[in-house]
Design a protein around this ligand. Structure first.
Ligand SMILES: [Zn+2]
Length: 321
């Protein structure tokens, strides 16, 4: 009889894996790098399989001790069938990952969109515990979102919805990875921040973000360091990101009247309360006072583990079905 759960956070550059015991505590964890873009789907599948095998070996248990495995991954994912339809950062198209992992390990496997799963984790175990209407925005390389409506995870028709990061705030704004212009993501994600810094550097302004601009990759901790060192370009980029984030959140508050808006993801995690404080300062200007009055805006409580806890919650729900 199994008594452990394995939960995974599959990203474009890393896979995080953890073993939970039946008291819902993380008892062992591993982080592995994946090559962004360059890998084929088989390589990432192998990275996941190797990570699960390493977790088992290092914690000295066998797959027979595991009740189920679950994961969050970026992209459009059919939860019921366990198929990754499309992923912007992973080479997966109509990829039947449930079939592949269950075929290998012979235990149930579940997968959902990473930020949907992360917000689910914050709802079941973190900042939004016990509430029924929750909007979550995760600021990272992109801008993911998750919605808890009437006490349930809302993913829309075919699990393709809740893409709040791609609400268009200015159709003539900067280009977004989704192909549109002026999405919330294009202003307020790391992509938006680095694009702004690049424009300023091209005008001859000096900035500590120059290295990141050249590499095309901005680490959250480098953004934090530049911001703390009073780098003018970094401060402007963060101010701009937060202003648009406040506008986006204002729209979401008006639309859903949530009890709570949870901010999570790598940037929020690294920047401490910087984003939260700026958003709180501006958001009242962009939503109706009577709706704003009943919303709490908070940072995520589980930090980098939101997705792992959400995957655990997903196992509980799926096994009950
Ligand atoms: Zn977009």
């Amino acid at each position: 009889m199994g008594k452990y759960y394995i939960c995974l956070d599959i990203g474009g550059t890393k896979v995080l894996g953890a073993i939970f015991n039946n008291k819902r505590e993380i008892v062992h964890r591993i982080k592995k790098k994946t090559k962004a873009g360059g890998d084929d789907s088989a390589n990432i599948e192998n990275t996941i399989i190797n990570l699960v095998e390493e977790l088992l070996a290092e914690f000295k248990i066998s797959i027979k001790d595991v009740i189920a495995i679950a994961a969050g991954a970026p992209g459009v994912i059919n939860i019921e069938k366990g198929i990754v339809l499309f992923s912007p950062n992973l080479p997966w198209r109509n990829y039947e990952i449930k079939k592949a992992i269950e075929g290998k390990f012979k235990v149930p496997f579940f997968i959902g969109n990473d930020v949907n799963v992360g917000v689910y984790g914050e709802w079941k175990y973190g900042a939004a515990k016990g509430l029924t209407q929750v909007v979550g925005l995760f600021v990272g390389t992109g801008m993911g979102a998750g919605l808890i409506l009437d006490g349930k995870l809302y993913t829309g028709h075919g699990d393709k919805g809740a893409e709040c990061g791609h609400m268009i705030l200015n159709p003539e704004g900067p280009k977004c990875n989704c192909g549109q212009r002026g999405c919330l993501e294009a202003f307020s994600s790391k992509q938006g921040i680095i694009d702004y810094a690049r424009t300023q550097a091209a005008r001859g302004r000096k900035t500590a973000l120059e290295k990141a601009i050249k590499k095309g990759v901005l680490k959250s901790k480098d953004l934090k360091a530049a911001y703390d060192a009073n780098d003018a370009v970094a401060i402007e980029a963060v101010d701009r990101a937060c202003l648009y984030l406040a506008i986006g959140i204002g729209n979401l508050i008006n639309t859903f009247s949530p009890e709570m808006v949870v901010l999570g993801g790598g940037v929020i995690e690294s920047m401490g309360d910087v984003f939260l404080e700026k958003v709180l300062k501006d958001v009242d200007l962009y939503c109706m006072p009577s709706i704003r009055d009943t919303v709490t805006i908070k940072n995520a409580a589980l930090g980098d583990d939101s997705i792992l806890y959400g995957a655990l919650a997903m196992i509980d729900d799926m096994l009950k079905k």
